[in-house]
Design a binder for this molecule. Structure first.
Ligand code: ADP
Length: 217
């Protein structure tokens, strides 16, 4: 089963990906996480990536597609959950080609819908565990860690992303509206789009997701 999570920043793609992948034995592919890993190389490419991410712009399709291709060829899972990809029409069409080459299909696009104001608030309180990648939010009930600033599972300090600030959020949101939101129609016309209200509690959102996924399994 191949699933895309489509959403504006801070709608909960990471949180829902973690829930979905552990229940359905799917591989979580987050292009944001892959890019953050690529930064560790400290070469010319990583400084370009860091600039684009800090500015809230999209990284080039060429780099993204190279990262994605390497991840898709992994037969130890029953499919993938794509978190943060595709993010524009070119990436969506390239992904279709990649799936055809792999003799696979896209089963479902989960669109996590959320108002800009709520997304904005979530960004400010968002913290991530550097080990298990679980996302917490100190300002949203149901997403707080038990002990402030510490991962419930790994018991280590949470970190905050360098692009989780007001200025970068504004550009990220505009980029989403201009480049990514046209994918809502693209997948709706293919009959693949399922819309969820991502302003609800993450556990409630996941219950809805399970109903959808169980019905297409
Ligand atoms: P969010 O969805 O909350 O903005 P992500 O971790 O998915 O967070 O993305 C962070 C940044 O990484 C984006 O603002 C963008 O610069 C870059 N990025 C992630 N995925 C892609 C993609 N598919 N295409 C281009 N850039 C991407």
């Amino acid at each position: 089963m191949n699933i895309i999570l489509l959403a504006p920043p801070a709608a909960g793609k990471g949180t829902q990906s973690a829930f979905i992948t552990s229940k359905y034995h799917l591989k979580h592919i987050s292009t944001g996480d892959l890019l953050r890993c690529a930064l560790a190389k400290n070469d010319e490419m990583s400084s370009y990536i860091q600039n684009e991410m800090n500015a809230g712009r999209l990284v080039s399709d060429e780099i993204i597609l190279e990262l994605i291709k390497n991840e898709l060829v992994d037969e130890s899972y029953d499919g993938v959950v794509l978190d943060g990809f595709p993010r524009n029409l070119i990436q969506a069409m390239k992904y279709e080609e990649l799936l055809t080459d792999l003799n696979q299909t896209l089963n479902c696009v989960l669109y996590l819908s959320i108002d800009k104001e709520i997304a904005e608030k979530r960004i400010v309180g968002r913290h991530t565990c550097p080990n298990c990648k679980r996302i917490y939010n100190s300002m949203v009930e149901g997403q707080k860690s038990l002990e402030e600033g510490i991962c419930d599972d790994c018991k280590i300090s949470l970190t905050q992303r360098s692009d989780d600030n007001q200025q970068t959020f504004d550009v990220r949101y505009d980029t989403y509206m201009k480049e990514t939101s046209p994918l809502i129609n693209f997948y709706s016309e293919k009959g693949l789009l399922k819309t969820l209200d991502a302003s609800k509690d993450p556990n409630e959102v996941f219950l809805e997701i399970q109903k959808i996924l169980d019905s297409i399994l």
